[in-house]
Design a protein around this ligand. Structure first.
Ligand code: F6R
Length: 245
């Protein structure tokens, strides 16, 4: 694993954006696995700036997002489809037909998961997967569990995740309790994975995920088995990791 430590969130975001840009420049028709949450916002802002300068062309890029809340339509401003449109897709020349997010409105969970696995497969897998890291070690919405999930699954969100996400909703009760998420197996099949972490609040879980035992109780720990992982973070998020290596 390569670790890039930036002094703050702004610089970590620039580093992450540079890696995404390099991928798009090297392979204009690449498949990007994208994440939502607060961490990648800075990187997406940077990509938009470089696109506006004329440095980047997303016209042939396909994107496949990690997850979506079950029961939220695309127009809901808390849906991950809405997030992607308003933080990235609306400002670059990606063809929205080539942007995929699990269908939160598909009531048949089995179908939703099977369809999404089909989408990932039919695009030949993911070239560069972007990940954030949950405080409990989740990646996508793959929560701590007894086993690593292979394919797309419908999950019940844990109290810790519901509490962490409540900041985006009017009240705790409004936070959806279930989500569709790409499985750990699909994430691990990505050719390259970049995890972005920021802030002191992530310091402990970064250490556990990347230096602790590999266990489905800390889903991100499986990334230790991937041969091409880049961890990009600010000093605060990497502080415990850096102390322990
Ligand atoms: C988002 C996602 C989640 C987040 C994680 C960290 O698509 O899959 O796993 O990456 O919850 O969220 P932030 O970045 O808000 O700390």
């Amino acid at each position: 694993m390569r670790v890039y430590c930036a002094k703050d969130y702004y610089h970590a975001s620039r580093m992450a954006a540079n890696i995404i840009s390099a991928q798009v420049i090297m392979k204009p028709d690449c498949v990007l696995g994208l994440a939502t949450g607060s961490t990648p916002i800075g990187a997406y802002e940077q990509l938009v700036k470089w696109y506006e300068k004329g440095d980047l062309d997303f016209s042939k890029v396909t994107s496949i997002n990690l997850d979506e809340y079950r029961g939220l339509p695309a127009e809901n401003d808390q849906s991950y489809r809405y997030f992607m449109n308003t933080h990235l897709f609306d400002f670059i020349n990606i063809d929205k037909k080539n942007t995929f997010v699990p269908d939160g409105m598909e009531p048949d969970a089995k179908k939703a998961c099977k369809d999404y696995d089909g989408i990932i497969r039919s695009h030949g897998g993911i070239d560069l997967q972007i990940l954030g890291l949950g405080h409990n070690g989740h990646i996508g919405f793959n929560e701590p569990a007894a086993a690593f999930a292979k394919g797309t699954q419908c999950v019940k969100l844990t109290e810790s995740t519901i509490t962490a996400n409540a900041r985006f909703f009017a009240s705790m009760d409004d936070v959806p309790k279930e989500a569709y998420t790409m499985g750990i197996g699909s994430i691990m099949q990505a050719k390259k994975i970049m995890v972005i972490v920021s802030g002191e609040g992530k310091a402990e879980i970064v250490k556990r995920a990347f230096l602790g035992p590999i266990t489905p109780e800390v889903p991100a720990s499986v990334l230790q088995l991937h041969s091409d992982v880049i961890l990009v973070g600010d000093e605060a998020a990497l502080s415990e990791y850096n102390k322990s290596i």
